[in-house]
Write a protein that binds this ligand. Structure first.
Ligand SMILES: Nc1ncnc2c1ncn2[C@@H]1O[C@H](COP(=O)(O)OP(=O)(O)OP(=O)(O)O)[C@@H](O)[C@H]1O
Ligand SMILES: [Mg+2]
Length: 444
């Protein structure tokens, strides 16, 4: 369900910028200009001189980039540069306190592992068995708001700039950056992220999960991780370049108790050989103790530029991610609204309601019910809920583990006429009969 894009030139944004606010910033080598645009405003960024990059994407000199509020940005230079910001900002300052040298060294180390993987291709061991030519499987872990997603983007950008085809796997169901919150996704990265719009999302593989934390349904979360790992292995099997390039896996910021167990399980499932632990010494020590010896675990610094968000701001950030899915990062998509007859669809929910063990049939546990499909009759109860449109063609296919083509939101339900109105990124008709109900709701 690819979105329909409105032809908006940059002129639309130019007129939204407050020209009375303009400032030039001169950056020395290894300095970063950090800024946050005021909420509801647009700011124009231009590199006037020198070389600069934003989270690993090179910025083109003189080209205007239009950013809106809600996120933090860091423009970094290895040499020096002059940057102009036109428009209202919440904050804008130059800092020389960045972990970029450390991150660049990590990126070089990962590239070294890719080269070694390439060298192993077509080689055999003493017994004549082919050597494993798999590239590095890098997992990024850490608490919330430490810059995990940004580090993934940086490593992927550096990888692709070296001619690699790394796969990005985002397992963070709360602040998901490939699908929408409540899903997990994988994406082969073929070009650096656009500074404003991020990675090109033309062909992601996305799975519905339906909650914002792994502890809402561990069994389903684990099953999906295994599924996405199988898919990745399969891709590696057919595409040598992807195989050598390895992957970068983003994880949830929940790192205590069961969250920690989930990280260990993820590392095991993917056979991660590099784990980058951001700003969490205790977590790092625990991982060193619990992960096998072949895993290279590194403790990395957090950038002081990373924004810290309250619970309420995290909820707003989640809503903003859903809004971006429908409207585009800068409102350039054109979402559709249309009626869907009840007879054309079947809605399911994954997992039956939790019951005390005493209420379950003898010999069963709650775990048995966590991945069960339950039919849901369309009613006003599902108003504003997100529905994932499954790619499954028959209900016999494993619906819980089939990827989805996209997500719609239920905007109205007319039980008498037996139709519901949905908001969709793509025009009518829906390409799929089977829908999975998310606990997430979205109201625009
Ligand atoms: N160097 C930087 N300068 C300015 N802003 C930054 C910098 N690094 C990250 N940010 C911003 O800080 C915010 C949080 O960063 P990020 O999303 O990478 O953290 P995270 O650990 O993935 O958070 P979460 O736990 O919510 O997934 C984002 O808006 C990001 O753009
Ligand atoms: Mg994140």
């Amino acid at each position: 369900m690819a979105p329909v894009i409105q032809p908006t030139g940059d002129s639309k944004f130019e007129s939204l910028v407050d020209k009375t606010c303009k400032e030039d910033y001169a950056l020395h080598p290894e300095q970063e200009l950090r800024f946050e645009v005021e909420k509801g405003e647009y700011a124009k960024i231009q590199v006037l001189e020198g070389n600069a990059e934003l989270f690993g994407t090179e910025l083109i000199k003189q080209k205007p980039y239009f950013f809106n509020g809600g996120k933090g940005y860091g423009i970094f230079t290895w040499s020096s540069c002059k940057v102009r910001i036109t428009g209202k900002t919440e904050s804008a300052y130059i800092s020389k306190d960045t972990p970029m040298v450390q991150y660049l060294n990590v990126s070089f180390a990962i590239e070294g592992l890719r080269k070694k993987a390439e060298e192993r291709e077509d080689q055999v061991d003493n017994q004549g068995n082919p050597l494993d030519a798999r590239g590095p499987r890098v997992m990024v872990v850490g608490g919330t708001d430490v810059g995990k997603t940004t580090l993934c983007r940086l490593l992927l950008n550096y990888g692709v700039r070296l001619g690699r085809r790394p796969v990005f796997i985002d397992l963070d169901v709360g602040q998901q950056s490939i699908g929408i919150p409540g899903s997990i996704g994988a994406l082969m990265v073929e070009r650096p992220a656009d500074p404003v719009e991020g990675f090109d999302m033309k062909a992601p593989i996305v799975y519905h999960y339906g909650h914002t934390t792994p502890n809402a349904n561990f069994k389903l979360y684990s099953a999906l991780i295994t599924r996405i790992q199988d898919l990745y292995n399969n891709k590696c099997h057919y595409n040598q370049k992807v195989h050598h390039s390895g992957c970068v896996i983003n994880t949830c910021g929940w790192v205590n108790r069961k969250g920690y167990d989930t990280l260990l399980e993820t590392a095991k499932t993917f056979e991660a050989d590099v784990v980058l632990c951001l700003d969490a010494e205790r977590l790092y020590q625990d991982l060193v103790r619990d992960l096998p010896d072949f895993v290279n675990i590194m403790l990395l610094k957090k950038s002081p530029g990373v924004l810290t968000r309250s619970k309420e701001q995290r909820r707003e950030a989640r809503e903003a991610l859903i809004r971006e899915y429908y409207d585009g990062p800068r409102g350039q998509f054109f979402p559709h609204s249309f009626d869907v007859p009840f007879d054309n669809i079947d809605i399911f929910k994954i997992g039956t309601p939790s019951l005390p063990n005493s209420a379950l049939p003898i010999g069963t546990t709650m775990g048995d019910t966590e991945t069960k499909l339950m039919s849901v009759a369309p009613s006003t109860d599902i108003m504003n809920h997100i529905l994932a449109v499954s790619r499954a063609e028959t209900v016999e296919e494993e619906l819980t583990e089939t990827n989805v083509s996209g997500f719609v939101v239920v905007k109205a339900v007319d039980e008498e006429r037996r139709v519901m109105t949905v908001k969709s990124p793509a025009p009518h008709p829906l390409i799929g009969r089977y829908m999975l109900l998310s606990t997430l709701r979205y109201m625009d």
